[in-house]
Structures are given as structure tokens and as C-alpha cells.
Design a protein around this ligand. Structure first.
Ligand code: ATP
Ligand code: MG
Length: 417
């Protein structure tokens, strides 16, 4: 136990961590290009926030949260998703009172007690976007377009954008009735979770992953056929905007974001390249969430994008991630005087932004060279008594093996070439 990470968690070793850094930097770049600002919220929040923000009847709140009481007897939960904390911050800092829209992006770990499998972990990581203040379908189209541009930039070729509308509380009432009527004769065959969903929020049944339930809902009434005039108009407008942006999509009436606060737009980017956990990015509009969390009525729209699944998909698509460069220079030294000279030179070089290393293991000169090879140093400088006396060092190019003798005061200039 002591030397094993908890189930559903993973170490990010250096061989992998550089890939994470790459996607994080690229995501930040594209968000800033689109005018989004970074927001960072705490890893834990009051449990109540997620009960409200994610919804009491959801799988997340029912059985997936890492919740505990702290020593001050506060109910605390490790964040299972990114939206509720951002909404909380938006309300707490009264951003609703300032100019709209407010456009945020974030990069966060999330925690859910799920059955670990490929692309499904207990600590996983998300990129996210939230826009507050706009009910215009321009905002929805913008975040979808951003997600698509990012996925393209990451070299993902094999992914499909599916869009739908989940309507508003008004039109959803009619759909809920029709759906219950349709499912009533099939009720006994539903899984236990869906029996509960039947009462609380039957639309979630459409999203059940059990094959039995999937079979049972075939031919069920779909929300998209029950949209009120306003919601239908919004959906048409979303499509017009996506067309104008040149974003390709398919309409999939089966996409549901089951929370009561989700309204209108729902979308997913789905791939078949990484097996069953194929949803890389999911998002939608939540026009009633800010209110639910105690703010004034404020429309919002956003998405969450799973970084583990993103990386799996990139790998499946053969996407290239630039590997970090090895050291520019390794300084090999013989003797104490040389060591002191080496240290001075190393410090100067680092000030100049040159990636340089020296031996810290007390190795002899032969093994220092071996080590220089292992860390892929482009050049080696040897310092011994002779070099100090001549006040000039030999720079060896590790690839060609050629050597150049360079006077001490020219050495940095020479390396920079
Ligand atoms: P799924 O249907 O796969 O369970 P979800 O609807 O629960 O996904 P969201 O809450 O919308 O997922 O989270 C946004 C994204 O985060 C998902 O599209 C997915 O890429 C990723 N994600 C969700 N849960 C996990 C997990 N346990 N491990 C890894 N990635 C996850
Ligand atoms: Mg899930």
C-alpha cells in the first residue's frame, strides 16, 4: 500500500509530464486568442455547492463524490467538476454587476469515485471554459468553435461534433410527460439507477450506459421534437452560426446533459479511437445555474474537456508532441581548481539562458562523458589544469565529435552560436 498510488490515480512521470505541459500551454494560448482569462478556484469546496450545482439526483452527487468533514466539522468535497466552483466565484466576486460577458478558462484536477478503466480515473484532469452573461447563440458557437480549433491543433483527426438542444424547463415538462408515458410499460426492466431517474429526471435515462436501458429507450420521444418556439429558434441560430464559422457537426437527439439547470445547447466531441470512454469534450448552456447557486439570473455556457482522453486520442491519431530538448552543454572537470572554474562558468551560462549541467556524483572524467551522452548534451566543455593555465577551453560537438579551442571570455558567445 505504502508504495502504490491509490486506485484510479496515476503518477505523471517525466516521460509523460512534458506532454501534459504541451497541451496545457496550447490550451491556454488558444483561450487567450479567443479572449478568455484564466481562473483558478480551490481544489475543495463546501459539499453543498455540488449538491446544488451538479444536482442531487445525478450520479456524481449520489455516489461519486469524495466528501469528508474537516476538523472544524465543515462538509467538504474535492471538486468533481469545474463549473460549479467557477459559478460560485462569479457570484462571490459579484462579477454579475460588471460588464458582460465574463469569459473564463481553467485547468483543474477533478475527483470522482468511479470504476477505473482506460480513460476513466478517480483523479482526472479537465480543461474548461465558461462564458457568463450572454444568451446569444454567438457565445455557444464560439466555445464550440474554440474546442474544435483546439482539438485540430492537437492533431486529432478522428473526432465528431454532435449537437442537440435539451430545451428549457417549459418545453421539458411536455417531453418529460411523453417520455414517462413511453417508459411506463418498460419500467420494470430499467436498471435500478434508471428507476430512480424515472421519477426525478427521466431524460437522464436516455444517457444510461447499461445496454438493457439503451435497448429500452430505442424509439423514445426525443427532446428535440418538443422544443418551444424560443428554444427551436435558438437551436436554428446556433446551427446558422456554426455554419458561418465553418464548424462541421451532426445533430444527435441522444445527447443529453441531464441537470435541470442545463438549457438549450448540449454538445459532445466523440471519438471511436479510444474505446468506450469516447467523449473527449462535453458542454452546454446552463441559464439557471447562477441563480441556483445564489446569484442573479445570469445565462451561461461552457464545456469540460478531459485531458486523459485528449492525450489517448492524440496518441491514437499519431499526433506529434515536441520532445523537450536535452542539455545544451555539459561541463566536464578534472580537479578542484577546474571544478571551481566550471561552477563559475555554469552559473554565467545559466544567467544567459543556456541549459548546462555538471557532474554531481563525483564521477571520473570518463564517466562524466558517459553521463553527458546519456543526458543528450549537444556540446561538452572539458576543464583541467592545462585549460585553466591557457585560459581557453575545448568545446566538443557531441554529434560530430569535432573540437574547437575557444578563449575563456569568448566561450558563451561561441556556445550561443
Ligand atoms: P462520461 O459520460 O464519459 O462519464 P461525463 O458526462 O461524466 O462523461 P463530464 O462531467 O461532462 O463527463 O466531464 C467532461 C469531460 O471530462 C468528459 O467529456 C471526459 O472527457 C472527462 N471525464 C469525465 N469523467 C472522467 C473520468 N472519471 N476520468 C477521466 N476523464 C473523465
Ligand atoms: Mg460520468
Amino acid at each position: 500500500m505504502l508504495t502504490k498510488a491509490p486506485k484510479g490515480t496515476k503518477d505523471m512521470m517525466p516521460e509523460e509530464a512534458y506532454k501534459w505541459k504541451y497541451i496545457e500551454e496550447e490550451f491556454a494560448k488558444i483561450c487567450e486568442l479567443y479572449g478568455y482569462s484564466e481562473i483558478r478556484t480551490p481544489i475543495f469546496e463546501h459539499t453543498e455547492l455540488f449538491q446544488r450545482g451538479v444536482g442531487d439526483s445525478t450520479d456524481i452527487v449520489q455516489k461519486e463524490m469524495y466528501s469528508f468533514q474537516d476538523f472544524g466539522k465543515r462538509d467538504i468535497t474535492l471538486k468533481p467538476e469545474g463549473t460549479s466552483p467557477v459559478v460560485r466565484a462569479f457570484v462571490e466576486h459579484k462579477l454579475f454587476a460588471g460588464p458582460q460577458p465574463n469569459k473564463f478558462y481553467y485547468n483543474t484536477p477533478c475527483f470522482r469515485y468511479e470504476k477505473p478503466q482506460a480513460g476513466r480515473l478517480r483523479q482526472f484532469h479537465q480543461f474548461g471554459i465558461e462564458t457568463f452573461g450572454s444568451s446569444d447563440m454567438m457565445a455557444d458557437a464560439e466555445i464550440i468553435c474554440l474546442a474544435q480549433d483546439f482539438l485540430r491543433k492537437m492533431g486529432i483527426t478522428d473526432i465528431e461534433l454532435r449537437i442537440n438542444s435539451v430545451g428549457c424547463p417549459e418545453c421539458r415538462k411536455k417531453h418529460r410527460e411523453a417520455l414517462r408515458k413511453f417508459l411506463e410499460p418498460r419500467y420494470d426492466e430499467l436498471c435500478e439507477t434508471c428507476k430512480d431517474r424515472y421519477d426525478r429526471n427521466p431524460m437522464r435515462i436516455l444517457d444510461c450506459k447499461s445496454p438493457v436501458c439503451q435497448e429500452l429507450v430505442k424509439g423514445a420521444p426525443m427532446m428535440i421534437d418538443y422544443l418551444c418556439e424560443d428554444c427551436q429558434g435558438a437551436f436554428d441560430e446556433l446551427r446558422t452560426n456554426l455554419d458561418a464559422l465553418g464548424v462541421e457537426y451532426t445533430v444527435d437527439p441522444g445527447i443529453v446533459r441531464g441537470l435541470d439547470y442545463y438549457t438549450k445547447t448540449a454538445f459532445e466531441f466523440v471519438t471511436t479511437t479510444i474505446g468506450a470512454q469516447g467523449t473527449v469534450c462535453g458542454g452546454g448552456r446552463y441559464d439557471h445555474l447562477v441563480e441556483e447557486i445564489g446569484g442573479p439570473e445570469t445565462p451561461g455556457v461552457g464545456f469540460g474537456l478531459g485531458k486523459e482522453r485528449l492525450l489517448l486520442t492524440m496518441e491514437a491519431c499519431g499526433a506529434q508532441i515536441p520532445e523537450p530538448a536535452g542539455a545544451d552543454v555539459f561541463i566536464a572537470v578534472m580537479g578542484d581548481e577546474a571544478k571551481a572554474a566550471g561552477l563559475r562558468l555554469m552559473r554565467e551560462m545559466r544567467t544567459e539562458g543556456i541549459k548546462v549541467q555538471m557532474d554531481v556524483m563525483g564521477r571520473n572524467i570518463k564517466n562524466q562523458f558517459k553521463y553527458a551522452n546519456r543526458i543528450n548534451a549537444a556540446k561538452t566543455i572539458v576543464i583541467g589544469a592545462d585549460e585553466i593555465e591557457r585560459n581557453s577551453f575545448a568545446i566538443k560537438d557531441m554529434e560530430t565529435g569535432s573540437q574547437t579551442e575557444v578563449p575563456m571570455e569568448k566561450i558563451i558567445e561561441e556556445i550561443k552560436k
